[in-house]
Design a protein around this ligand. Structure first.
Ligand code: RP5
Length: 165
């Protein structure tokens, strides 16, 4: 069966999360993995969340990346309504620097997993790489692109520090 063009859904709780979540989109673009980004709020648009999560698998998505901040219920609520793997990105909140987001996302009850990444940009980038790794299990061409991405990253690390401009 042909691979879906947009196997990754990226959802976020607010427009204000885009500055972080765009890094997931950009990383998937580098890896040539199709994704669809949209705003879905667990608190402000619960019906949109229900429709998205219940229909995600039928829409052809294979992995969901969900970013949210503060009382970050989006990844967990999404995971409660789909069997697709859900990767949670804690957004760095102003008040508590993302510790609130992190703990909200990571402390899921046993039985409803969310794969939780680091707070902020690093988490968004790593969620994309992890999503690609999951998809690469059944996509050899993607596995090769992922290996190339990692090799380039390794090659870019100098052995000695230099003065920065
Ligand atoms: C969460 O509340 C969102 O994920 C966002 O990180 C946070 C703040 O949202 P805004 O008030 O900026 O829309 O639901």
């Amino acid at each position: 069966m042909a691979k879906p063009k947009t196997p990754v859904a990226i959802i976020m709780g607010s427009q204000s999360d885009w500055a972080t979540m765009r890094h997931a989109v950009e990383t998937l673009k580098i890896l040539d993995v199709g994704c669809d980004a949209r705003i879905v709020s667990a608190h402000r648009t619960p019906e949109r969340l229900f429709t998205f999560a219940k229909g995600a698998e039928a829409s052809g998505f294979e992995v969901i990346i969900a970013g949210a901040g503060g009382a970050a219920h989006l990844p967990g609520m999404t995971a409660s309504m789909t069997n697709l793997p859900v990767l949670g990105v804690p957004i760095e909140s102003q008040a508590l620097k993302g510790m609130d987001s992190l703990l909200s996302i990571v402390q899921m009850p046993g039985g409803v997993p969310v794969g939780t990444l680091a707070i902020g940009k690093a988490g968004a980038i790593n969620a994309a790489i992890l999503a690609a790794s999951i998809l690469a299990l059944s996509d050899k061409a993607l596995a090769a692109r992922l290996a190339d991405f990692r090799a380039k990253q390794t090659a870019s690390v100098g052995e000695t520090p230099k003065e920065e401009a």
